[in-house]
Design a protein around this ligand. Structure first.
Ligand code: SIN
Length: 531
């Protein structure tokens, strides 16, 4: 079935809804989500929104904290806008009825998280900020916005020159293909946490937008920067969701099974050290065979302060009354993604990306805690302002690019996702080294994924398309990780343990044509190809 709209948004997280709520009411907007409107990483977000709304706080301090956490690998303009426009967006949301947690005297109750130099995180419903923010925006969705649930977008429709995105193909659970044509297609599909076995992400985070944009010819950048959250609930060999850093902000300590404080002598900020430092210590202790816990005995009102986490623990058989929660690190946030300009435009005309799936340079090499919901608000609002100023010329094209070959379901069925996830954690997890990554890349290449760039996905089921997307995204992460010969931000390379001046400000840009290292100082020649 073919449909036409002015703007099609893929994904239903915070950035998608913020965009939809801020577009002009004369546009026909369609939001397409592969599961349901309430399934997204944003909906799961416990942490809160970092925003300068306290008069004793300053933009300068939030900017500094953001830059320091991300190891100065940012777009400076992006960070300034994130912090300034973000504070304004949060104030507008509060004025519009978004309920934030307050102290008894009515002033906002600000939380603290890792690498913030002061308390500035606002929450709503304790540890249910993402859910509350999504519900707030859903209540405000205007009637010009149509919702399509249960369809997975899997391919950009390109014009015959392959330079302009003119639509998107989707598939429903019954295997039917649908086509949506619009002059503006927005990818807001979230990250790719599911390419790792342990993740805080919704299972739907399979890198769909990144794989789609890449296959359509768009640039993706700095895919090697993956943030691992140190404290995911760990029960019976599996991670079961996030134990927010706000728990440590409220006084919890990381301990091993003997009760030793793991972070005591490691970093001046101890349990609230940057995430790669805490994740590394926990990972190391676990590799040495020890179990690791969050000791929560110093938080007397835990249940009231963290109702979502309490429910999560109890659903998984962990009693809050025991005073300790078993934890392990897992993938949490992708700082890299589809390259976009300050308004969210990708390098393919008509195609946009916002939120975690995009790479706008606001998070550098390691995102500051609670800056992601803020990014969603700012990116959604900025793209809305841009599209509200743009001409929307709707026309159903009579011709578009067709793949001459289709990927066969037989080949996609052979994709071993559990094995892929395990290898991703071993090779491009918290700790990395050249030899393991090279071996892993050889194995990925042996799957023949490069062929898929030139093949259509029409014959595959939703699950098989997700597998293909996970392989492509994994390859992009792994390739970037091997090329970046330094430790910066979220990961630690055992063979290049420090940040290196030669890599400062250098972006690793990948397209179907090849790989480039692009920096302020110079642009190096292509160093690899996908052709
Ligand atoms: C957390 O609650 O620990 C996560 C918050 C974030 O990653 O921004």
């Amino acid at each position: 079935m073919d449909k036409q709209a002015d703007i099609v948004i893929i994904g239903s997280g915070l950035s998608a809804l913020q965009l939809a709520c801020h577009l002009r009411s004369l546009y026909h907007v369609i939001i397409i989500t592969k599961t349901t409107i309430r399934q997204s990483n944003s909906y799961l977000a416990q942490g809160g929104i970092a925003a300068v709304i306290d008069k004793n706080d300053s933009m300068h301090s939030h900017i500094e904290d953001t830059l320091k956490a991300g190891r100065y690998h940012h777009s400076m303009e992006g960070v300034e806008r994130l912090v300034k426009e973000g504070a304004q967006a949060v104030k507008e949301m509060i004025a519009d009825g978004f309920m934030i947690d307050r102290k008894e005297d009515g002033t906002p109750s600000f939380g603290l998280e890792g690498a913030h130099s002061r308390k500035r995180i606002i929450h709503s419903g304790g540890d249910a900020t993402g859910k509350q923010a999504i519900e707030h925006l859903l209540r405000r969705l205007p009637p010009n916005v149509e919702l399509v649930e249960g369809e997975m977008a899997y391919e950009c429709l390109l014009d015959s020159s392959r330079n302009v995105c003119i639509g998107v193909k989707t598939k429903d659970a019954a295997g039917n293909v649908h086509r949506y044509f619009a002059p503006h297609i927005v990818l807001a599909t979230g990250g790719a946490g599911s390419v790792y076995p342990f993740t805080s992400n919704a299972p739907t985070a399979t890198g769909d937008g990144i794989a789609m944009a890449f296959r359509a010819g768009a640039e993706v950048a700095d895919m090697e920067f993956v943030q691992f959250h140190p404290t995911l609930l760990f029960v019976n060999g599996k991670t079961r969701g996030l134990i927010s850093e706000a728990v440590r902000g409220a006084g919890a300590r990381i301990v091993d099974e003997d009760g030793c404080f793991l972070m005591e002598k490691v970093h001046p900020q101890k349990d609230l050290a940057p995430r790669h430092v805490t994740a590394f210590e926990i990972y190391r202790a676990r590799m040495a065979g020890k179990s690791v816990y969050l000791d929560i005995r110093s938080i007397p009102a835990f249940r009231e302060q963290f109702p979502t986490i309490t429910a999560l623990c109890e659903e998984n058989g962990i009693s809050i009354g025991d005073g300790r929660i078993p934890v392990a690190p897992g993938s949490h946030f992708l700082m890299g993604g589809i390259s976009v300009d300050i308004n969210g435009r990708t390098t393919v005309r008509g195609l946009y990306a916002i939120g975690e799936t995009s790479y706008s340079g606001v998070h550098g090499a390691n995102r500051l805690a609670s800056n992601s919901l803020l990014e969603g608000l700012v990116a959604g609002q900025r793209l809305a302002a841009f599209l509200n100023r743009s001409a929307v010329l709707r026309r159903q094209p009579s011709q578009w690019f067709h793949y001459s070959e289709q990927l066969s379901p037989r080949e996609a069925k052979g994709l071993m996702i559990k094995e892929l996830q395990k290898k991703m954690m071993e090779a491009v997890g918290v700790i990395r080294d050249k030899e393991t990554m090279e071996r892993h890349l050889r194995e990925l290449e042996a799957r023949g994924w490069k062929r898929w760039i030139r093949q259509g996905l029409d014959l595959l089921s939703i699950e098989e398309i997700e597998y293909v997307n996970m392989y492509i995204t994994s390859y992009l992460i792994s390739r970037g990780a091997l090329i970046r010969e330094e430790s910066r931000g979220a990961h630690i390379r055992m063979d290049f343990c420090e940040e290196r001046e030669a890599w400062s400000g250098q972006k690793i840009v990948q397209t179907t044509e090849g790989i480039k290292i692009r920096g302020e100082r110079h642009e190096r020649d292509t160093i690899g190809t996908y052709a």
